[in-house]
Design a protein around this ligand. Structure first.
Ligand code: AMP
Length: 115
């Protein structure tokens, strides 16, 4: 499947609902999280619909790599000295939107282990 008309992140890709887009190329779109957990909290999503990171890995390792490259490029552009990249996979892990997305989180000290 390319895009899912019912998916909120597919609608952001298509420009059907607004988002603060930070970066885009043929493989990924990056935009500010609506409910930021840190000064930088950006979601990086593939431009095709797959429900989680495992699914997108199976479809295209190239796209997973592109998501990480975009995260690193955005972090470098912002001068982040460290950042966290997170994929929540499954409701038990806190996934609430079932279109794969990498959370890029930084700009403050980050505790470990996460909650
Ligand atoms: P997760 O809980 O890992 O599935 O993350 C979903 C993230 O999407 C949450 O951090 C939400 O704040 C964020 N989110 C949901 N809807 C939007 C939206 N329309 N624009 C930007 N971020 C969103």
């Amino acid at each position: 499947m390319t895009l899912d008309p019912e998916c909120i992140f597919c609608k952001i890709i298509e420009g059907q609902i607004p988002a603060e887009i930070i970066y885009r190329n043929e493989n990924v779109v990056a935009f500010n999280d609506l409910n930021p957990q840190a000064p930088t909290h950006i979601l990086i999503i593939p431009t095709l619909h797959a429900e989680n990171a495992a699914a997108i890995s199976a479809i295209s390792p190239t796209i997973i790599a592109a998501m990480h490259r975009a995260a690193d490029a955005i972090a470098a552009e912002r001068g982040l000295t460290g950042y966290r990249s997170v994929f929540n996979t499954g409701a038990d892990a806190g996934q609430s939107v079932f279109h794969a997305h990498l959370h890029l989180i930084g700009g403050r000290g980050l505790a470990w282990p996460p909650g």
